[in-house]
Design a protein around this ligand. Structure first.
Ligand code: FES
Ligand code: FES
Length: 79
């Protein structure tokens, strides 16, 4: 399994809307971070769906190394 690219060494704060689906870029190549723009095609990576449970600000992982899926878990600090 190859490693994702580090798009940013910090999370992206996004105001999500309750009930809405978001497709987080797991490969790091998207030009519209933190979301997938299709740039993963031909690689082993796929976007990860995140469904907002509430309308609030969430922190999507920009480094693509979080163990918490689409959301930042602080791993970027050790990269
Ligand atoms: Fe990265 Fe789609 S562009 S997962
Ligand atoms: Fe990836 Fe924080 S930005 S763990």
């Amino acid at each position: 399994m190859s490693k994702p690219e580090i798009a940013a060494k910090s999370p992206f704060a996004v105001n999500v809307e309750k009930g809405k689906d978001y497709y987080w870029c797991s490969c790091g190549k998207s030009k519209s971070q933190p979301f997938c723009d299709g740039s993963h095609k031909g690689s082993e990576f796929n976007p990860l769906k995140y469904t907002a449970e509430d309308s609030k600000a969430v922190y999507f992982c920009g480094c693509k190394h979080s163990a918490n899926g689409a959301l930042c878990d602080g791993t970027h600090k050790s990269l």
